[in-house]
Design a protein around this ligand. Structure first.
Ligand code: GLA
Length: 673
């Protein structure tokens, strides 16, 4: 839906409305009297934010702590220049909440906090501008901002506050949603748009109403970007949840109007560098704003290396301005492809799961034209290869392989891409030799020559090849398969361990190429004989749609150990697994078990909306399942014959309607071996 543009009469109506609403808080806003319908512009036609904004915002690293002050902001501006981040495209240095005093002055003007900003905001803006950078500021489309100290918001003061920002030399406004008095969101955000426009200063306008009113449907000609979700926090679950909410909105993004999945957490310490590379890769493939959220004054070299990856930034900043779209997703294996202005595609192979997985697609599937071969550029390795059309890799747990693939004529100047991986299950018991098989496959149009391969394990592990580790030449699509005897020392605790597979080879031109991939091996314990509760056994892996899988309680909320007694239709069970769709829990059965039994259903702990379906898999075969079960149904008994299975997988799907309220129980689940 589009809103209407008739500026002057409307401005007056809005002003009156907000004023009267402020006096009668609690009343819903009546609709603004709408002038006769006119065609609306598809986006703000002001030439701003033609690519997603890049810069810094203090919120994710400081919140309102005292270290958020003039010297921090200046320090960040200095580092933008010194560390080359400005050259990489970072431009906006943005202040978040808590820069002002709680009270306006006698003239209704905003007052910068004299302790944090002793020289005022204009002085900070002048400093930032002197470096060739731009300054951003924050307030809320409400009576107060979000912080509980209650700093003034701009609702009812839009024109005066916008003018004050412009007078200070502000170039970017983040406009939040707290204390909005129930006034219609479109009305609040449009009023500030018009107020900013009235200043005559070009100001990027960032709508921060957390996706509550689906701004992607109405804000293209209101702001340059709009938050699509609640606040990010510095952990894998938060980042992943936001990523999944923002991915389906691809069609709404474009030059001057972007989806905003919130600011970056890269470098804040709550995720691994692999996870931060995923965060940065996926934000770039989604054409998201890249607002650094870590304090660069104390950031590690690794953090700078991620934030400064110009090939990844070029994906984000591509002038065509398309947000990448999901090509496929199954079993935690995501393929997301972004069309680029030069006709190439940026392709993210993203592994949501906790173990290394092969993720594969093709040039045709990501929309590239038919060609005999393509150039494939790895944007984290900074290396180019040729491929006959397959785009695939073994991607580490929580990792992303980001490539740019083009149907260009120069493909033959690059060595062939090879894919490295393990075939078969990387399972072993401590102290016992297991056989793993590695594969090195030529994906290129040209052959890989003089191929040799090497596998290494953690300190103390024995790894020995039991079949050839070299091949004179591999043509397109062919593999060198090598068997390895791998032994983890006796007493190695169950869990996942890193192996590294390395290959070196020559391209037909003689150029040497090296490739390596981190792999996961799982040390497992054989199941006890007799009948055991699954809630008491060690699992091999567990994925869950909300928070962690819980032992012998319901799923509860997102924290570990916050479940309740498992309860389905009023019946309480003291044992079992509490999960949330989409979920999969894997147990090692070692070909020694016969039977899984459980009473399954939707837990009583959430409202009536939960709908799920249960499946039990024995290796690659589904051996038992239910139809869709709802919260209104009693527990259903489920029995599966798992004779001969090495791995048993308990799966809960969302019943076809998304995962909202899908708290599912494997009540009283038992394994008999
Ligand atoms: C809201 C916003 C955050 C941040 C805080 C500041 O939560 O969504 O991004 O600006 O307010 O109080």
């Amino acid at each position: 839906m589009r809103h209407l543009h008739t500026r002057s009469p409307r401005r007056r109506i809005v002003g009156l409305l907000t004023a009267s609403l402020l006096c009668t808080a609690g009343l819903a806003a009546p609709a603004v009297a709408a002038p006769a319908a006119q065609p609306a512009a598809p986006a703000l036609d002001d030439g701003l934010a033609l690519t997603p904004p890049m810069g810094f915002n203090n919120w994710n690293s400081t919140n309102c702590r005292a270290e958020f002050n003039e010297s921090m902001v200046k320090g960040i501006a200095d580092l933008f220049v010194e560390k080359g981040l400005q050259d990489a495209g970072y431009q906006y240095v943005n202040l978040d909440d808590c820069w002002a005093l709680p009270e306006r002055d006698a003239d209704g003007k905003l007052v910068p906090d004299p302790v944090r900003f002793p020289h005022g905001i204009k002085a900070v803006a002048d400093y930032v501008h002197s470096k060739g950078l731009k300054l951003g500021i924050y307030t809320s489309a409400g009576t107060k901002t979000c912080n509980s100290a209650g700093f003034p918001g701009a609702l009812g003061h839009e024109y005066s506050d916008a003018q004050q920002f412009a007078d200070w030399g502000v170039d970017y406004l983040k406009y939040d949603n707290c204390n909005n008095q129930g006034v219609d969101a479109k009305l609040r955000y449009t009023t500030m748009r018009d107020a900013l426009k009235a200043t005559g200063r070009p100001i990027v306008y960032s709508i921060c109403e957390w996706g509550e009113n689906k701004p992607w449907q109405w804000a293209a000609d209101v702001g340059h970007l709009w938050r699509t979700t609640g606040d990010i926090s510095d952990n894998w679950g938060s980042m992943l949840g936001i990523l999944k909410q923002n991915l389906p909105l691809a069609e709404y993004a474009g030059p001057g109007h972007w989806n905003d999945p919130d600011m970056l957490e890269v470098g804040n310490g709550g995720m691994t560098d692999t996870e931060y590379r995923t965060h940065f890769s996926m934000w770039s493939v989604m054409a998201a704003p890249l607002l650094i959220g870590s304090d660069l004054r104390t950031a590690s070299q690794e953090t700078f290396d991620i934030l400064d990856n110009k090939e990844v930034i070029a994906v984000d900043q591509d002038p065509l301005g398309k947000q990448g779209a999901v090509v496929s997703s199954a079993g935690g294996r995501w393929v997301v492809s972004k069309e680029m202005k030069d006709g190439s595609r940026a392709v993210a192979l993203f592994n949501e799961s906790g173990t290394a997985q092969r993720i594969a697609t093709t040039a045709a599937a990501v929309g590239l034209p038919q060609a005999s071969a393509y150039t494939l550029r790895d944007l984290w390795q900074h290396k180019s290869y040729n491929t006959a059309g397959t785009i695939s890799a073994t991607v580490p747990a929580h990792g992303t392989v980001l490539v740019r693939v083009a149907a260009d004529r120069r493909w033959a100047t690059h060595p062939p891409a090879v894919e490295l991986g393990l075939s078969g299950s990387p399972l072993l018991q401590a102290g016992k030799a297991a056989t793993l098989t590695s594969a090195v496959t030529d994906l290129g149009r040209t052959p890989a020559k003089h191929v040799s391969v090497r596998l290494t394990g953690p300190e103390g592990w024995k790894v020995r090849a039991t079949s050839p580790t070299a091949s004179a030449g591999l043509p397109t699509g062919r593999s060198l398969r090598t068997k390895w005897s791998v032994t983890a020392p006796a007493g190695t605790p169950p869990g996942s361990y890193d192996l590294t597979l390395r290959a070196s080879y020559r391209s037909p031109t003689g150029a040497r190429a090296d490739s390596s991939v981190p792999l996961t091996a799982l040390v497992v314990v054989p199941p006890p004989s007799g009948t055991s509760g699954l809630g008491d056994l060690t699992w091999m892996s567990a994925t869950n749609g909300y928070g962690p899988v819980e032992r012998n309680t319901s799923n509860g909320e997102s924290a570990a150990g916050d479940g309740h007694p498992i309860t389905i239709g009023g019946v309480v069970y003291d044992k079992g697994l509490g999960v949330h769709a989409e979920s999969a829990v894997e147990f090692y059965a070692g070909k020694a078990c016969e039977k899984v039994t459980a009473d399954v259903g939707v837990d009583d702990e959430k409202g009536a909306n939960g709908t799920v379906a249960f499946e039990i898999w024995a290796d690659g075969t589904k051996v038992a399942s239910t139809g869709v079960l709802t919260n209104a149904m009693p527990a259903q008994p489920l029995t599966a014959d798992v004779t001969g299975a090495e791995v048993i997988r308990l799966v809960v799907t969302d019943g076809g309607d998304g995962i909202d309220s899908d708290h599912a129980d494997w009540a009283g689940a038992q394994l008999t071996c």
